[in-house]
Design a protein around this ligand. Structure first.
Ligand SMILES: [Zn+2]
Length: 323
């Protein structure tokens, strides 16, 4: 069903035009993480007529996702996010080629990204962001960072030659969406900004976006701030070296022989995690260990997670401890 009426409202915008629309329809965008931000970005890009969308996610749909992950409905609970999202995106626009990848993105399996023009970071963890950052710097590929927590959202285009993510982030935030919460409206606002930057890069090229501008939105305070990010002199990634934080993250999961148990480590403070967890569920603390859901945390930062697979352990870790 190729009908010229489909994109008429978009082509009439001077910034896009018929030529811009053609570029959109030829483009290939990868969305890493098809959760909250990814749902909004994927839907907007599919409706805008992007040629190909590769969607990557390792997780399944849970009931607690439905508050903000707009591609999913109650009947999707328990399904693979990429499969459910691909089906919905096809219903929205059958002209778009959707490539679902139900994987845990890692250094050894990210080669497929070489085929895409642009990558949108819609992940919920720093480990994957560091991986995208490192990969894109090596491949001179543009990507767009986005993150949302509570009522705040952050967006920044990261393009070759400009500052990278590691120029301004070197430590993990103390809170995650599971412990601090996230309002669904900040998700839409953040993903809308991110998608606009994506369309700008597709239509006008990477020079059309400010390479050193981090945008911070607070929907509750009704504020948008632009912060200037400078290239960090000793940023390992910008210097073309390996990212030490990325290596550290990659080696930290140890499966136990007894099965269904995984050991990881965290540098986060015992008391801080205790405070966050107390807000969302029941915890047991004997002074030396802290037990919460299927997590057992030791004072020395060791974490034991009961899970059916390494990937599930990673999901639990990212959700309740944060990378
Ligand atoms: Zn850098």
């Amino acid at each position: 069903m190729i009908d010229s009426a489909r994109y008429s409202r978009q082509e009439i915008i001077a910034e896009i035009g018929k030529e811009g629309q053609k570029k959109i329809q030829k483009s290939h965008v990868a969305i890493i993480g098809i959760g909250a931000l990814g749902s909004v970005a994927a839907e907007l890009l599919a409706r805008a007529g992007v040629g190909t969308l590769t969607i990557v996610d390792r997780d399944i749909v849970e009931l607690s996702n439905l508050q903000r992950q707009t591609l999913f409905t109650e009947k999707d609970v328990g399904r693979s996010k990429t499969v459910a999202a691909a089906q919905r995106l096809n219903e929205i626009n059958q002209e778009v080629v959707i490539i679902p990848k139900a994987i845990h993105l890692a250094a050894h399996n990210c080669d497929f990204l070489s085929a895409v023009d642009l990558i949108l970071d819609c992940t919920d963890n720093l480990q994957t962001r560091f991986l995208i950052n490192h990969y894109c710097r090596n491949q001179s590929k543009p990507w767009i960072y986005a993150a949302a927590i509570r009522t705040e959202g952050y967006i920044m285009p990261i393009v070759p030659g400009g500052p990278c993510l590691r120029c301004f982030i070197s430590t993990a935030p103390t809170e995650t969406c599971a412990t601090a919460g996230v309002l669904n409206t900040i998700i839409s606002s953040t993903a809308s900004h991110q998608t606009t930057l994506a369309l700008k890069i597709i239509v006008q090229g990477r020079k059309a976006v400010a390479e050193n501008e981090l945008i911070k939105i607070d929907v509750w305070e009704n504020t948008i701030r632009k912060m200037v990010i400078s290239k960090k002199k000793n940023c390992p990634v910008c210097l073309g070296k390996d990212d030490p934080l990325l290596q550290e993250e990659q080696t930290k999961i140890i499966p136990f022989c007894s099965g269904k148990k995984y050991q990881m480590t965290t540098k986060k403070d015992f008391a801080v995690l205790k405070k966050f967890w107390e807000k969302t569920g029941e915890i047991l603390c004997d002074g030396e260990t802290l037990s919460f859901k299927n997590i057992l945390l030791f004072r020395d930062g060791r974490v034991l997670i009961k899970a059916n697979s390494e990937e599930e352990a990673m999901v639990i870790y990212n959700q309740w401890i944060g990378s």
